[in-house]
Design a binder for this molecule. Sequence first.
Ligand SMILES: [Zn+2]
Length: 98
Amino acid sequence: MEESLTPPSDEPAVEFERRVYVPHYEGWTAQIKTSWDKDYCYTKNPGEDYFHLLLCGEVYLVNAEERLCLNCAKRRGVITDDRLYWQRGVRRAPPPAF
Ligand SMILES: [Zn+2]
């Protein structure tokens, strides 16, 4: 079966893309917060003077130095919902190691 990156024509288009990609993934891991401890995203939105509280059950990204909510990761360019990012010169991921 031929692999396609576009949905078949009889499949409705996704209204809001929830699949996200980390083009430069080295050092990053995706985690799910499993406690109600007060942990905060390390970044603020421009113009805001508070950090984002991460909720129990929330998916977030971590690397050695920081923890980011997905909104900040998107704004910072760490994640993208552009499935074709690899075609746009962002990066071509190396083959998976087995
Ligand atoms: Zn944030």
